[in-house]
Design a protein around this ligand. Sequence first.
Ligand SMILES: *Cc1c(COP(=O)(O)O)cnc(C)c1O
Length: 475
Amino acid sequence: MTPEEFRQHGHQVVDWVADYLQAVERFPVLSRADPGEIRAQLPSRAPVQGEPFAALMRDMEEIILPGITHWQSPNFFAFFPCNNSGPSILGDLISSGLGVQGMLWATSPACTELEAHVLDWVVQMLQLPRHFHSDSQGGGVIQDSASSATLCALLAARERASGGETNRRGVGRPLVAYTSDQAHSSVEKAMRIAGLGSQQLRRIGTDEQYAMRPETLADAINRDRQAGQTPCFVAATVGTTSSGAVDPLPSIGEICRRENLWFHVDAAMAGTAAVCPEYRFVHAGLESADSYCFNPHKWMFVNFDCDCFYVRQRDALTQALSILPEYLRNAATESGSVIDYRDWQIPLGRRFRALKLWFVIRSFGVEGIQRVIRRHVALAERFAEWVEADSEFELAAPRALNLVCFRHRGGDSINQQILDRTEKSGALYLTHTRLDDRLVLRLSIGQLNTEQEHVYRAWRLIQRAVREDLPFVEG
Ligand SMILES: *Cc1c(COP(=O)(O)O)cnc(C)c1O
């Protein structure tokens, strides 16, 4: 592809994406492809000769698009959002164009400095604790995902708990970690990867609002100490994936300080809400956290992947993750005056992700982001009111910001029917969870273009899906 061809096809692709995003609402939200259907349409071997770009775009439309679930549809209410926006897509495109690999400060100073700078902006935007600012002993880094952030936090905790010996000698002692029974599966996965094992993770019970019980945590720590185990890490959640529950950070933090445990806070989805002063209560108690993460790729209009990960003591992180082979030695690193982000993450290489975050923050402005967050929360509030006003339905947990957990009172099978019928219709996409062993429907609002009409239509369709005697059509 010559530069001129690139320009021409590039314009065409930008038009394609713009048309797609404009029309995304009209696609069935969940792909209707059967397993293997996409691959069956692809040739078994790579082409020997290069193909014209038009052929690529044709297959994109005819083969790939039918196998796409439309995460950017305003009728996508499943899981948690994974949204994007114009400025983010363009920032990512420039990042691809530059093709930078920012493992070291020296491999592109702007990649590192913009990242540190924008992460400081985010500290201020969300009013995060001062010790996460880069002018303190801590600082922030962009990870690919909350899962990686939690793993890095655990590795730092593991190294600290062993007095810096784990990297040299392996996990010598039975280290224990704690999280709630509602925490994300990534905490257990991190335990496996870190070599501590699932069995060493204590799942602390939760209260009637699905938040961790701090007394139970304190008891479990005591019991482990008495049994000769070494507690090292607690992961609290702000906005659990099932129901949006917020663990009581102040009392958990107090226990962690007293017991000298690493305190990690996972706010993957809900963290963004703190951009609005009225929702900052979700972070009450964050001052005692050793590390914190949230995903702008969930609810801050930055396309996947982008997780902001902060630590109180950057040394604790780099002691766990830094290793300097001869071929990476350079004057800037030796001087000690720069950040080398390779020491703050698992892989060596890293993309220039700060660009898309910077583009989003600058294009929207803080107020622009606040406006969308407030709209999403207001829509969820309205939906929760509709649920409560219908005697056949009930809320299954308190509404949590932009997430509503609800169910039909008629039991699991009718709720399953609602899931099946809405999913098949393509008109909306909901997912489920289980709370107190009952099937619960989740409506999560976070796409940039979701407006009241979409949420209202979803509610009407959900009500309609109960009537088995009626055909499932929009009316
Ligand atoms: C979504 C989610 C995660 C995992 O996010 P990734 O960035 O995909 O790893 C972790 N924790 C919570 C609470 C989540 O909601």
